[in-house]
Design a protein around this ligand. Structure first.
Ligand SMILES: NC(=O)c1ccc[n+]([C@@H]2O[C@H](COP(=O)([O-])OP(=O)(O)OC[C@H]3O[C@@H](n4cnc5c(N)ncnc54)[C@H](O)[C@@H]3O)[C@@H](O)[C@H]2O)c1
Length: 271
């Protein structure tokens, strides 16, 4: 599954993607989502901690004839995020879609993880949604419309076979945060949904997680991840992006508070 064919499903929408870069060269989930949404007609504010990575995403969007700007900020920095939101509003006057994709992880259980890493992971993965919500919801309420699509993980639903405590707890919190947003803001025309990816083949996984499956060989690690999935393979970032596009778009106009699992069947495996 590669980049989707172009459509007008998101024509005219202004989308802020947080974590629109990639932590290593290639197609991350955020980059695929930003490019896919542009491919479906949206204008993209591509925000990342890593400015070069955000600019690479903008270049991909421009190459397919889309419109995007790159913005640099740490999603955990309230002042920097206020500047970002002000910039998007100054540029385009509205934010139709907020895609909260930025996330960090560190493997390990309670005896391995330092308090410092724990707090940093909760801050980037969870507090950042509070920061962004405070800044973006007033604009969406004024518009009487908006779509928030967060990105959790099956690690937020289940034990995934190795200790990944801080990350898993943060993603569980993110899922519930999204449900709470959906309930409180439904009457304002604001939808909030969470996409829950399973094992997705992204550059970050090759860099950070593969060693949990096979420390010596990346090929073996990828094969071991493939084997865990009922469909027999990891997902592609584009398969996550298609779910995000759907929830972001007006095609999902009656869907809020949904948890869309995109996992090749892995979550149902040992229930
Ligand atoms: N790859 C998987 O198998 C998988 C599975 C389930 C969920 N996810 C989730 O999907 C999202 C994307 O994952 P990915 O594998 O594409 O990772 P990635 O690291 O390539 O992408 C995350 C992006 O977020 C940016 N980022 C990190 N911290 C930031 C911060 N403080 N402020 C702004 N930007 C920041 C990074 O620079 C990077 O460009 C994450 O939330 C991850 O938890 C991934």
């Amino acid at each position: 599954m590669t980049m989707p064919e172009p459509t007008h499903r998101l024509a005219g929408k202004i989308v802020l993607v947080a974590g629109a870069g990639s932590s290593a060269p290639g197609w991350s989930i955020g980059r695929a989502c930003a490019v896919a949404m542009a491919r479906h007609g949206a204008t993209i504010a591509a925000l990342d901690f890593d400015r070069t990575a955000a600019e690479d995403t903008v270049r991909e969007i421009e190459q397919i004839g889309g419109r995007a700007i790159a913005l640099q900020a740490d999603v955990g920095d309230a002042d920097a995020m206020a500047d970002v939101v002000n910039q998007v509003i100054a540029e385009w006057g509205r934010i139709d879609v907020f895609h909260a994709n930025a996330g960090i992880s560190k493997t390990g259980g309670p005896e391995d993880i330092s308090m410092e890493d724990w707090h940093r992971i909760q801050h980037v993965n969870v507090d950042s949604l509070l920061i962004a919500s405070k800044l973006i919801l007033p604009h969406m309420r004024r518009q009487r419309a908006g779509s928030i699509v967060t990105v959790a993980s099956v690690a937020g639903l289940r034990y995934i076979g190795y200790p990944h405590l801080a990350y898993s707890v943060s993603k569980a919190a993110l899922i519930h945060f999204t449900r709470m947003l959906a309930q409180q803001y439904a009457a304002d025309g604001i939808r909030a949904n969470v996409v829950i990816p399973g094992l997705i083949d992204t550059p970050r996984i090759q860099k950070n997680v593969a060693h949990m499956f096979d420390a010596a060989s990346l090929d073996n690690a990828r094969a071991a991840r493939d084997k865990q999935v009922p469909m027999g393979r990891m997902g592609t970032p584009w398969e996550v992006a298609n779910a995000v596009v759907f929830l972001a778009s007006d095609e999902a106009s009656y869907i809020t508070g949904a948890e869309l699992v995109v996992d090749g069947g892995i979550t149902g495996k040992y229930v």
